[in-house]
Write a protein that binds this ligand. Structure first.
Ligand code: GAP
Length: 458
C-alpha cells in the first residue's frame, strides 16, 4: 500500500468532481452535513454493502437478514434506553452561540491525551474550566454549563393534532433485529447460536457532525447480532473481532492503518466492547464496534413488550434468553475509510502525476471501461460492451485520447480498461490494461469474461 497522500480536502474535491459524493441540497446552499451519492458513489456504496452482506450473511453458517421498518413503536426506544440515555454532553459558546460537544472539545484540546469517556459531566466541565478550553469557532472562553442533548430525531404520526403521537427516526438498525429475534428464529428454525443482520438508514441529531461523511445526521449502518448462550459469549466476541478485522484486510486495508481500541467506559449492560479504529485523514477514529451486549436487549424487550423472548433448546428443552455479540459498522464511514485508503498520487516515469483510486476490484463502481481506440471502432466496442453488461457493471468512453481516458478511469478506480483496436477486427482480441500496474495483456472475448469473473470477485 502506498504512503498516504490523501487529505480530506483532496478527497472531497475528487468525490465531487468525479460523481462520487456531492454536498446534499447543494443548489440551496447545502443542508448541515448531508451528502448525496452520485452515479459513481452509489455503485461503490452498493458494492460495499453487497460485500458485507456476502461475508456476514451469505457466507455465514447460520445468519439471516431482515429489513425492518425505520419507524418503530416508540416503546422500542424506551426499552432500549435511547429515550433516556442516548445523549451527548453539549455546551454553547455564549459569545458566538455555536454548539459543541464537551467531550470533543476536551479530546481536541488535549490532542487525545485526556479521555473524556471516563469523565462525568462535572469532571468535563472542570477540565474545560481548569484548562481554559476556548471556543474553536470564535476563540472566546465563555461557556454555558453542560446540558445533555438527546440525539434521536422526533416526528409524529396521525393526521390531526389530537391524534399526534411522538415517534422517532431510528438511531440504529440494531433494534429491528432484536424485536424480530423470535420471528426469525421460528421461521428459519435456527438453533442458537445464530445471527440476524440488517443494512439500513439510521438518523442521529449529531451536534458536531463533520469530517465529510464520517459523522452525519443520516447514515447507513450494517449491523449483525449474534445470539449465543451465556458462557460461549467470550469466544464469540473474540471470533467477531477477528472476522471484522479480516473483512477489512480482504477489502485491501493495510493493517498498519487499523487498530483495536477497547472501550474505556463500558455501558452498564455490556461485558466487553471495542472498536476497530482507522487512521482517517483527520486522525485515528472509530470505524466499527464489536460489543458483548449480554442478554440486556432481549430481556428489556421482553419486559417492555410483555412477550416472552426466551429460546427453547430443542435438544434438552432448556429455556434461556441468549446473549448477543454485536458487530456494527457504518456503510458511509466504511466508504470514507475505503476512499482514504484507495487514494493515491503516483509519479510516473515521465514525471507526470496520476491520481488513482486503488479500490478492490469488487468495490470499484465499474469493473471495466470499454474504450474504442478510435471512434470508427465504436460499433465493435459497443457490441462487446453490450455482452459484458449482461454480467458486469461496465462503462463506455470514446471521448478524448486513450491516455486521457485511462486517467479518467484511474480517478474513479476502474480496475480494467478494455481497448478495442485494429487487431480486434483481425483476430477478435482486445487489450486489457490493469489500473495499478498499467500492464496490458491481450485476450479474446471469452478470455475477458473469465478474467473479469475471477479478478472482480470478493
Ligand atoms: N447498535 C450499536 C451502534 O449503533 P454505534 O457505535 O453508535 O453503535 C455503530 O454505531 C457504527 O455506526 C459506528 O462504528 C460508525 O461506523 C457508524 N456511525 C455511528 N454514528 C454515525 C454517524 N453519525 N455518522 C456516520 N456513521 C455513524
Amino acid at each position: 500500500m502506498a504512503a498516504k497522500a490523501v487529505t480530506m480536502e483532496k478527497l472531497v474535491a475528487l468525490c465531487k468532481a468525479r460523481g462520487i459524493i456531492f454536498p446534499g441540497s447543494e443548489i440551496y446552499g447545502g443542508m448541515g452535513n448531508t451528502w448525496d451519492y452520485g452515479p459513481v458513489g452509489v455503485e461503490i456504496k452498493n458494492n460495499v454493502k453487497r460485500a458485507w452482506w456476502k461475508r456476514f450473511v451469505q457466507e455465514s453458517d447460520n445468519s439471516f437478514g431482515v429489513d425492518a421498518a425505520i419507524l418503530m413503536n416508540a416503546r422500542v426506544w424506551e426499552a432500549s434506553g435511547h429515550t433516556t440515555s442516548f445523549s451527548d454532553p453539549k455546551m454553547d459558546c455564549k459569545e458566538c452561540k455555536s454548539r459543541h460537544r464537551a467531550d470533543t472539545l476536551i479530546e481536541a484540546h488535549s490532542k487525545g491525551k485526556a479521555n473524556p469517556d471516563t469523565m462525568t459531566n462535572a469532571e468535563m466541565e472542570a477540565y474545560i474550566r481548569e484548562h481554559e478550553v476556548h471556543c474553536p469557532i470564535c476563540g472566546k472562553f465563555n461557556w454555558t454549563p453542560i446540558r445533555t442533548f438527546n440525539l434521536m430525531f422526533e416526528t409524529s404520526r396521525g393526521v390531526t393534532d389530537e391524534s399526534q403521537n411522538k415517534i422517532y427516526l431510528r438511531p440504529e438498525t440494531a433494534q429491528g433485529e432484536f424485536v424480530n429475534f423470535l420471528n426469525v428464529q421460528r421461521t428459519t428454525r435456527a438453533k442458537v447460536p445464530f445471527g440476524i443482520a440488517q443494512v439500513g438508514k439510521a438518523f442521529r441529531n449529531e451536534i458536531t457532525p463533520g469530517n465529510f461523511i464520517f459523522r452525519t445526521i443520516e447514515f447507513e449502518q450494517m449491523e449483525h447480532q449474534w445470539f449465543c448462550k451465556e458462557g460461549t459469549d467470550g469466544d464469540f466476541y473474540a471470533e467477531y473481532k477477528e472476522k471484522a478485522w479480516q473483512f477489512l484486510l480482504d477489502l485491501g486495508f493495510d493493517p498498519a492503518h487499523l487498530r483495536f481500541k477497547d472501550h474505556d467506559k463500558l455501558a452498564h449492560y455490556a461485558k466487553a466492547a471495542c472498536d476497530i479504529q482507522y487512521d482517517f485523514p483527520m486522525g485515528w477514529s472509530e470505524l466499527n464496534g464489536i460489543h458483548n451486549r449480554t442478554d440486556y436487549d432481549l430481556s428489556r424487550h421482553q419486559e417492555f413488550s410483555g412477550k416472552t423472548l426466551t429460546y427453547v433448546d430443542p435438544v434438552n428443552g432448556e429455556r434461556y434468553i441468549p446473549y448477543v455479540i454485536e458487530y456494527s459498522i457504518g456503510a458511509d464511514r466504511l466508504m470514507l475509510a475505503i476512499l482514504s485508503e484507495a487514494y493515491d498520487e503516483e509519479t510516473l516515469e515521465n514525471g507526470e502525476v496520476r491520481n488513482v483510486m486503488r479500490f478492490h476490484p469488487a468495490i470499484a463502481a465499474y469493473k471495466a471501461a470499454v474504450l474504442p481506440l478510435q471512434k470508427n471502432l465504436a460499433p465493435q466496442a459497443k457490441e462487446l460492451l453490450a455482452k459484458l453488461k449482461k454480467r458486469f457493471n461496465v462503462i463506455y468512453d470514446e471521448a478524448g485520447s486513450i491516455g486521457k481516458r485511462y486517467r479518467r478511469q484511474d480517478e474513479i478506480g476502474t480496475p480494467y480498461c478494455i481497448t478495442v483496436d485494429f487487431d480486434t477486427l483481425e483476430n477478435g482480441t482486445v487489450t486489457v490494461r490493469e489500473r495499478d500496474s498499467m500492464e496490458q495483456i491481450r485476450l479474446d472475448e471469452d478470455g475477458v469474461i473469465a478474467f473479469l469473473t475471477e479478478k472482480t470477485a470478493f
